[in-house]
Design a protein around this ligand. Structure first.
Ligand SMILES: [Zn+2]
Length: 85
């Protein structure tokens, strides 16, 4: 995941703390969850079954560790490169 600005981190922390993180992948993303392959709904609206992709794109997902970065104290441009995977 690319490095977030401090403003983006603050926004993401608000979302995590308000329980807005995705129930399926645990991150925050703007579009439909990229992890969800298929959902089945009961007629009453409840989700009765969710099928997940084994591999899915994490691009654009903000994880808790991105929002709560313990390395914030030491701002280092180099640490953006080792987040992939
Ligand atoms: Zn998700």
């Amino acid at each position: 995941m690319r490095g977030l600005t401090n403003i983006e981190k603050a926004d993401a922390r608000i979302l995590f703390e308000s329980g807005a993180a995705c129930e399926h992948c645990g991150g925050i993303h703007q579009r439909a969850c990229p992890r969800v392959k298929r959902k089945a709904f009961h007629p009453n609206g409840n989700t009765v079954e969710v099928e997940y992709f084994r591999d899915y794109s994490r691009d654009g997902i903000i994880w808790p560790e991105d929002a709560y970065d313990p390395e914030d104290e030491t701002v280092d441009a180099e640490d953006a490169s080792d987040r992939a995977g």
